[in-house]
Design a protein around this ligand. Structure first.
Ligand SMILES: [Zn+2]
Ligand SMILES: [Zn+2]
Length: 141
C-alpha cells in the first residue's frame, strides 16, 4: 500500500498500485487542471483506493464521448487525489505524484504524447494517445 495525502493534510488515502511507476499524461485536460506540462498517474481498480482521512470534493466534467469524468480533490487545498471516468467502469486514475513513494518511482510510459510541450523530453515509451490495450481514451484534447 502506498500512502497519499494532499498539500494541506486534511485528506489522506492509501492505494495499492499495480506497478510502482508513474504514467505521464500530456493531455490538454491534465495540463489545464494541474498547471504543468504533464500529470503523473496510474490506473487501478476502484477497490485499490481507500480514503483514510477527511472528505474529497468532486468536480465533474464531460468528455467528448458525453460521459462524465469526476475529479476528486481536497476541498481545502485543491490537491487532486484521483479521477473516475464513467467510461472506465470499475477503474480509477490515481495521481501518483501525491504518494509518499513518488520520488523513488520511475516513469513507466507516456500517454497523449501528441500534446507534449516541444521542450519536454521523452523519458519513457510514448503513445500518441492511449496504449492500444487500455480501457478507453482518458480524456480529449
Ligand atoms: Zn488539502
Ligand atoms: Zn491527461
Amino acid at each position: 500500500m502506498e500512502q497519499g495525502s494532499c498539500h494541506c493534510g486534511q485528506t489522506a488515502w492509501e492505494v495499492k498500485l499495480i506497478d510502482k511507476v508513474h504514467i505521464l499524461c500530456h493531455c490538454g485536460v491534465c495540463q489545464k487542471l494541474g498547471g504543468g506540462p504533464a500529470s503523473l498517474n496510474q490506473i487501478v481498480p476502484k477497490e485499490n483506493f481507500k480514503l483514510k482521512k477527511g472528505n474529497l470534493k468532486v468536480y465533474t466534467y464531460y468528455g467528448d464521448s458525453g460521459k462524465a469524468v469526476r475529479c476528486y480533490f481536497c476541498p481545502n487545498c485543491t490537491s487532486h487525489a484521483y479521477h473516475h471516468q464513467e467510461i472506465m467502469g470499475n477503474h480509477i486514475v490515481v495521481r501518483t505524484m501525491l504518494l509518499e513513494s513518488a520520488r523513488s518511482m520511475p516513469p513507466g510510459a507516456e500517454i497523449f504524447g501528441k500534446a507534449r510541450l516541444p521542450w519536454v523530453k521523452e523519458v519513457a515509451q510514448t503513445f500518441d494517445t492511449m496504449p492500444p490495450d487500455e480501457p478507453e481514451p482518458k480524456s480529449k484534447l
